[in-house]
Ligand binder design. Structure first.
Ligand SMILES: [Zn+2]
Length: 91
């Protein structure tokens, strides 16, 4: 992933993550790397950015399309995110 895309994902994370402390160890030292996950049943690729805690290895995946960093030239076969229809758990 080039520097511009890393900075854009970092900005997305800064804007969206309310609490940046790791859920497992409580530290705040995230590193990022771009990965692709194949959605086997549909034969499509889900572009993700892996954010990994540098202390314990806990890894969180960010959808690169939603984060606005996926290269349009790489769109062929890419699974597009669906509208967020998930219900929130009752409080
Ligand atoms: Zn951690």
């Amino acid at each position: 992933m080039n520097k511009e895309r890393i900075e854009k994902v970092a900005q997305h994370v800064d804007d969206k993550w309310k609490d940046k402390d790791c859920l497992l160890c409580g530290e705040n030292g995230w590193g990022m790397a771009e990965v692709e996950i194949a959605c086997i049943p549909w034969g499509r690729v889900l572009p993700l950015v892996a954010s990994t805690c540098g202390n314990c290895g806990n890894t969180v995946f960010i959808n690169a399309v939603v984060a606005g960093v996926h290269n349009q030239e790489e769109q062929h076969g890419v699974a597009t995110p669906v509208a967020n229809t998930a219900r929130k758990a009752p409080k």
